[in-house]
Design a binder for this molecule. Structure first.
Ligand code: HEC
Length: 311
């Protein structure tokens, strides 16, 4: 599934099934993960922008930039109640519990020792480093658009090139720019709330303050794998996303909690008409690249089923 999933908002612990078939077990007192799971593909490049220094330690992660670096990010899902932790352990103890489990598996002892060359190599920090090192192998730098930009004029069609010109002209590129088609900044768009969630999501300052609703510009690479779209997966297709932008450019407010004065100025500058939607979507599809590592190991050191106990 392109290291993403096709659910709007994810179902972590106390559930069974893979991908869109995943359902909570009964009885259940675990909430949905409140935001859409972004793909891990190219997260190695999070924060990467044209003509700027790239510092992996400062690369911001998540829809609200709340964690810096892949190494730190990798530990967060383990700690999150609704993702991997569940109710059996506290947030403070869970990482030690996990590291203890790894230490009791002889093959991991050896693998960590070989990778980190230190005594007591199986520890929390190295766990984050190991996962991040794997994630950095999952990159897709060879989309048809990349070939085009490197000089292969035939790599995309004339219609797709027109779509790229429109993408620039209507103002998408003001936020979706650079090698990742993201400025990695926060913007208020006023995406409607997901009705599965009981609470309003205030975005980056989600502390109940009415003054936020800002979310981080996502990459536009590999959209084929990242549906449904937006921070809460509320739009099932690219067509729905573009119709939303068309509404914004006509001052139609879709989320009644967001005051139009909060809208990002760059959003208000958008000028998009219905007939521009199809060519822009055909351009977006040139950013897909399916050539990433899809290998599945035959077994893993824990002896658990590969992919975990999902059923
Ligand atoms: C003001 C900055 C800004 C502009 C201009 C802008 N976007 Fe976005 N885009 C964002 C942000 C921020 C999000 C995430 C919003 C959210 O989830 O609440 C987003 C989300 C998206 C997504 C969903 C990606 C995913 O994986 O969920 C697509 C597709 C997209 N934009 C395409 C476009 C197109 C096409 C245009 C031009 C018509 C455009 N954007 C204009 C900032 C912008």
């Amino acid at each position: 599934m392109g290291y993403a999933e096709f659910l709007d908002i994810s179902i972590g612990t106390n559930a069974a099934g893979l991908g869109s078939k995943r359902k909570f077990n009964e009885p259940n007192n675990i909430p949905f993960v409140k935001r859409n799971a972004q793909t891990i593909l190219n997260t190695a490049y999070n924060g990467l922008q044209s003509h700027k220094d790239y510092v992996p330690e400062n690369a911001t992660m998540f829809w609200d930039d709340r964690v810096k670096s892949l190494e730190k990010q990798a530990l967060e899902p383990i700690k999150a109640l609704e993702e991997m932790r569940g109710l059996d352990f506290t947030e403070e103890e869970i990482l030690n519990v996990v590291v203890e489990r790894l230490r009791n598996i002889p093959e991991y002892q050896i693998l960590f020792k070989n990778a980190f060359d230190e005594s007591n190599a199986v520890n929390i920090e190295n766990l984050g480093k190991a996962i991040a090192a794997f994630e950095r192998t999952l990159v897709t730098p060879n989309s048809r658009f990349d070939k085009f930009i490197q000089g292969d004029r035939e790599a995309i069609s004339i219609g797709e090139r027109d779509g790229f010109e429109l993408f620039k002209k209507v103002g998408c590129i003001n936020c979706h720019n650079g090698p990742m088609f993201s400025d990695f900044k926060m913007h208020v768009l006023g995406v409607p709330e997901n009705s599965k969630l009981s609470k309003i999501d205030f975005g980056v300052a989600d502390v109940g303050a009415k003054d936020s609703f800002a979310f981080r510009t996502p990459t536009l690479r590999n959209l084929r794998f990242t549906a449904p779209y937006m921070h809460n997966g509320n739009f099932v297709s690219l067509r729905r996303v573009l119709e939303f932008y068309e509404d914004i450019s006509n001052n139609v407010v879709r989320n009644p909690n967001v005051d139009p004065t909060q809208f990002d100025p760059l959003v208000r500058e958008l000028r998009l008409s219905i007939k521009e939607i199809a060519p822009i979507i055909s351009f977006l599809n040139t950013l897909n690249d399916t050539e990433f590592d899809k290998s599945i190991p035959e077994n893993v050191p824990s002896g658990l089923p590969v992919g975990g106990l999902i059923n």
